[in-house]
Design a protein around this ligand. Sequence first.
Ligand code: ADP
Ligand code: MG
Ligand code: ZN
Length: 656
Amino acid sequence: MERNNRGQQGPQNDNSRRMRQPRRGFNWFSLVYLILLLGLAYMWSSTGTADPLKREWIDVKENLLISGDVEKLVYVRNEHKGEIFLKQSALEKYKNLYGGREPKGGPHFYFLVSEKFDAENQLDALVESLPEANRFKVVVEEHKSYWGPIIEWLLFPLMLLLMFFFFMRPMRNMGGGSGGGIFSVGKSQAKLYEKAGSVKVTFKDVAGMEEAKVEVKEIVDFLKNPKKYTALGGKIPKGALLVGPPGTGKTLLAKAVAGEADVPFFSMSGSDFVEMFVGVGASRVRDLFRQAKEKAPCIVFIDEIDAVGRARSKNAGFTSNDERENTLNQLLTEMDGFGSNSGVIILAATNRADILDKALMRAGRFDRQIHVDLPELKERLDIFKVHLRNIKLEPGFQIDFLAKQTPGFSGADIANVCNEAALIAARKNKDVVEKQDFLDAIDRIVGGLERKSKIITPDEKNTIAHHEAGHATVSWLLPNANPLLKVTIIPRGQSLGAAWYLPEERQLTTTEQMMDEMAATIGGRVAEEIVNGRISTGALSDLEKLTKQAYAMVTYFGMSDKIGNLSYYDSTGSRDMAFSKPYSEKTAELIDEEVKRLIDQAHATALQVLTENREGFEKLASLLLEREVVFSEDLEAIFGPRKGGVDPNKLLRDEA
Ligand code: ADP
Ligand code: MG
Ligand code: ZN
């Protein structure tokens, strides 16, 4: 997949360098061995010139020592060993013992005695008894062991060497894995795809995103026919930024560009610039642009650019990261640095455009921003078609239905649904994937794995059923809430029950819609209050969501009268609200008050709806207890058709 020609900077090159690394490590060890061997050899060579021959003490005493050939006797006390040195003149006599050659130096003989041997006295007595001419010198010595000092000597440098070796090796690997040791950390980590076709993704694999595709295709066209655009005096844009939520296919689109463009394509991730060494990021940026300019015309793709492109902080010192800022500065400089017609176009992707540095987004750098949004109905349909290409479906399968069931799903979610459905069908040993498998897959992706084995007491089950029925009733009866699709009390993942809604696909949300949704959210807790007269911990995530929403309404959207049209939202992400609140203590109190008022209001609405429709609500709860899953058709049967907003039954019925 990542095949490239034998380019200078391609991964193949990297690999070959990496392969060499173990051998380099081995060399370090062999050096240590060499030193050890040399030391040993030196020791042996310095211990004596001739190999002394061994004799028994008796033999020595009765023959050798009295012969008058002995020059000197060295008695090594701690080794209980005597070494005998012959007189120079007597060496001739002993020649045949040493293989016919006259032995040099000494000692020439040695003998060992027992520990109890009183050498000093015995030897002195022996010497006394000899005639003057035959006497010899007696020297008593104590040998220190050879090993002690030598080990002391060698150990220290050896340890140093080993330490050096072990610390250097990980450092070398930390160089981003490009190999070549510590000296190549500054090299860019970009992968290079030179020929079209080395990436298998094409524009056909990218469904929907029509506007984005047009823009991107134009960029490819710029590189292919620059004349067409420059002839009229226009400048080719330097860069385009793909912005959108995760999983919407930004990386996929860039891959498709690589697959279709007939120009070299460098691909790397923003985090590839980041390294523990200071200055590495900047040097990698330089290296990347140098390579790119050599290969121009070409495209450079930087995925997840927010890793380096985050806004430089104003209050340096506390949260600042100099290394990242240096990298970003280098990136800014490089993007200015090359002429706009040099044929290098930068493509970048992020899902955090709000935190990117403004300097990066100004015209002349990323001239174009391509927004990739979550897919809409029609686009979801197309994405499903792409991912269902290889899946064996039951005859007459309706894809439209799937698209309708998956509002708010990203392309990645849809790919996941298709895969999960195929796996579920396979688990049930089916030959084809059926509609129900897809529904199960969607449920599973939204809510996690069903946990039918979870032990729930009948009392708890009753509470859960009423809680979920509360959500369902309130959301069904309030015209501005999201219509319910289905509700279950089968435990899944962390939750004990769940309600699925069909969010309207809208860009703006009004105060009324928010209030009605909040009422539906608190509906579960209110239901518990009404039915049991007591509440449970089951509403934790509801309350969390509620509180966040209320705070957002007051502090971000200016939806409270008392605070007015102020927004403390910080789109740059550079200010840390935890440390410096942009408002006074008095306002803070007011905000808390307003949040409480909004939540109380939602509570009152839910309470009113549930008490007024107590009968239907109870009916729904018992239906839930009986069937565990209840669909919007059942709600319509109980409460009648919805009065406002979208009718989910209509939506589903359209398709049938
Ligand atoms: P991101 O926007 O986070 O970079 P990706 O491009 O990595 O998302 O998308 C992840 C996966 O989701 C893709 O590999 C693809 O399978 C699927 N996908 C996302 N968007 C689309 C799309 N528009 N058409 C087809 N598949 C898509
Ligand atoms: Mg991505
Ligand atoms: Zn709930």
